[in-house]
Write a protein that binds this ligand. Sequence first.
Ligand code: K7E
Ligand code: CUA
Length: 634
Amino acid sequence: MKDSKDKPENEENKSKVSRRGFLGASAASAATIAGLGFSGVMTPTEFAEAASKARANSHHTVGPGELDEYYGFWSGGHSGEVRIIGVPSMRELMRIPVFNIDSATGWGLTNESKLIKGDSADILCGDAHHPHMSMTDGHYDGKYVFINDKLNTRVARIRCDVMKTDKMLTVPNVQAIHGLRVQKVPHTKYVYCNGEFRIPQPNDGRDLNDPTKYFTMFNVIDAESMEMAFQVIVDGNLDNTDADYTGRFAASTCYNSEEGVTLAETMRNERDWLVVYDIHAIEKAVKAGKFTTIGDSKVPVVDGRKKAKSQFTRYIPVPKSPHGINTSPDGKYFVANGKLSPTVTIIEIDKLSALFAGKIKERDTVVGEPELGLGPLHTAFDGRGNAYTTLFIDSQIAKWSVEDAIRSYKGEKVNYIKQKLDVHYQPGHNHTTMGETRDADGKYLISLCKFSKDRFLSTGPLKPENDQLIDISGSEMKLIHDGPTFAEPHDCMMVHRSKVKPKKIWTRDDPIFAETVKQAKKDGVTLEGENKVIRKGNKVRVYMTSIAPNFGMSEFNVKLGDEVTVIVTNLDRVEDVTHGFVMTQHGVSMEVGPQQTSSITFKADKPGVFWFYCHWFCHALHMEMRGRMLVEKS
Ligand code: K7E
Ligand code: CUA
């Protein structure tokens, strides 16, 4: 926002409104705005922005018609989707189908979505955990959100200009992609993700019970092409991961240092590891052709196991089955969360080069190991030197000072714990606004609680989770909102709204439907105006347009047994005029946004008349936006 004080008096004109004029309408927020140092003249837009900011700051409520300060991207867990939540209002703004199928938008049903899902097009479920946005120099760049599917070992990418999934990859040679983060610096060239479960290699039924054949890998994906860059064989099972702010290192928490095959065997040791990867060293080896491959896969694989004594990895012993790993926004530390130990382990990133050079030992990189409480899972940061750790078993968030914890580790008598706040109940991930970037602003903290128990009206045996919003801008954490959610937000991130610039309508050359446009060209059809049925054998393509409140075609004929593809192009250019196309009795449903082309294929397996209609409320005559498919008995 521009400070109007800097402008000469004579610049004032009719489009500008004096702040005084708004005082009556909104005295409370105007007073706060005055406190923020705005004075003189503002445009109505400037004023509205300032008002919404002031209200968000003072009351955490966002009034009707006002905009939230942050976009929250929430994982939908085993619902398989990503949800966009406005913060601080906690209003759900949108759902982005990813690993699930979606009745409204046709995700998983349309040809465009099946093409994006690729080799997993027929898998209809997923388990999404970790949504993370691409970065440039450690700042969110608003381009992509990446998310893992633990269940089917996939990684997907969401394009933030349209808020749709645009790429999906099944990671080869591993099972259950869990932890996922992006390279922060110099930019997100790579997406890092952990294969969690160890499997026999190759996993073809040969060695079901031979522990020496089992391993898993750390996986690196090229963020732009969404193809595999390389894989690193590791010891143990990988859990979560994060990256540093130099671009050279990434790290994964790693349990099962016992290398057990059965569950009981995996929990015996008192210490497991934080595995640190030297990404530059691995890149160099891959470039030089020093890698192997597994089975039919062409993905370069390097061996980062301890016995390989490579320059690719180091294993830092940390207490028992560590879970979350979080990089502090000043770039100084990795914090590994103990889970089965009441501690978190602070590792100084600056010491890692010496560790890789063999000048110091693994545990020499540890500069703190504060005891916080029972079941530490994940840690977030406020950019003011404080860390916030979820304590699953204690149902609390512990706020602690990183530097004090380090002083205490050196032997000084200092109380590093600043506050413990009860949350309801059993928190998994937590996250601060902008907290996984250099821009951590310390305004809000989310505690994603796994149980809600008595917090809401009972919904029967299955209860919602509870996402709690906590104000951390003052010296004390204050709980300000309970937010019931359906299964199951594991993780989230909160991005200032200035970082995200979504489009208002589709552009005709969007890659998401480029293949469909290409096919139309081959068929000699102009999508932006022609309505036409094209038959090749028993394959029928029905091209139609839509413009509120009409389809370009009120009926079309096919023959029993035909494979029918309906391609709809929405000619409306008006923001928010989305149409849909659904065909009765055929399981056909899809969204067609302004200027979008969508297509769906089905079998005309019943003779008779079938009405199709627009299911997206678009116009006063929306109910009339329909037509007939006539299926002839050949
Ligand atoms: Cu802790 Cu999958 Cu990030 Cu759940 S993980 S909590
Ligand atoms: Cu078009 Cu409803």
